[in-house]
Design a binder for this molecule. Sequence first.
Ligand SMILES: Cc1ncc(COP(=O)(O)O)c(C=O)c1O
Length: 402
Amino acid sequence: MNDHILTLARENAPCYLYEYDVLRQQTETLRRTFPQYDLLYSIKANPFPPVVRALAALGIGADAASAREVLLSRECGMAAGDIFFSAAGKTEQALETAWNDGEIIADSLGEVARIGALCQRKGQRRAIGVRMNPGFGMGGGTGGPSKFGINEEDLPRLKALLDTVPVTVEGIHVHLKSQNLDADVLGGCYRDSWALAKRVQQALGCDLRYVNFGSGVGVAYDERYEQPMDLERLRAYTDAIAAENAVTLKARLMIETGRFPTARAGTYWLKVVDKKYSRGKTYVITENCMNGLQKPALAVMLRHAVGNGALTPYEPLFTSEWAFPIVAHGSGDGTETADIVGNLCCAADVLAEDFTGPKLEVGDLIEVKNAGAYACTLTAQRFSGHQPPRELLVYGDGRTES
Ligand SMILES: Cc1ncc(COP(=O)(O)O)c(C=O)c1O
């Protein structure tokens, strides 16, 4: 633990601290893996503006899932041509808001028709991308039903529709599953998506200017339990696609970063505000527990619901029981087993049950690792009217941005 981080945590807890150097290293790892691909940061993972600005300055575009994420990306310095707005169920208002600030990826035939109607009203012609629900599944087999994308077998209907509206298709987007750690499974999916791009081009008779392969490079949250993805192995797949692209489609190739740049860059810091003993149990009470970082409480809830049974991921609400390791910076003598809980008026407000670590006293800090993605943003912070935790981007030279 770097002293500077600890000092900032002491001064600001409850707070999220995001380390710029980790963001940059993770981004460099992706760039080394996909040298011929443009990277799109998945804003939803962590939309803290200093983080988005820092990634924009590193030359990354945006995978934006709402009109607000499109505008945020622009405000943080990204060019409209590097922002890709892909989401199911975009409202007309969202389409209008994002119209001039990003590329629009239509998610359904109905949305293509709505974009066409908007174009007619504006007296414009517009090029769009389409998200596809492929005929294949990840890891083999056939594709299933999905609320995302246009079914591959509906390409003839899409072609007929495009003949009636001032809209052309210039790109495709495919994303099947998050958090993959198996390079062959993800690489196989990219290879199949590339073949799909060629089928789309043929079926629609269009020129594909870009192919967005979606995200999927998983984060090994705790290497005691899971192996990081073999990125060299993945690169064999993506290099082969890029080599073929160079002599065929000559399209812009893109990968969405998902949580990869941010997940391990963040730590969440709580302060102990009270401690009590009740009928044989020790409770360490903190501020902004479930209402500062909700996911550990969801993991505890699931464990109660399932008993000793296996827990399966349910992204982004639940990843694994080891995704958020806890470090108690206790000042007391020796170790202790306690429930670490929060100061909300509900028993569900828990960080960890029966946690064993250095003895914690009032004023001590508790650190939660891997809190850079789907953490602050995926927490019900308005509950019970508490002040939300602070967020800070921390540079290696000690500067911070908030
Ligand atoms: C289209 C798309 N891109 C990117 C992501 C984020 O990827 P990750 O879960 O790896 O953070 C998701 C997650 O649901 C997604 O739907």
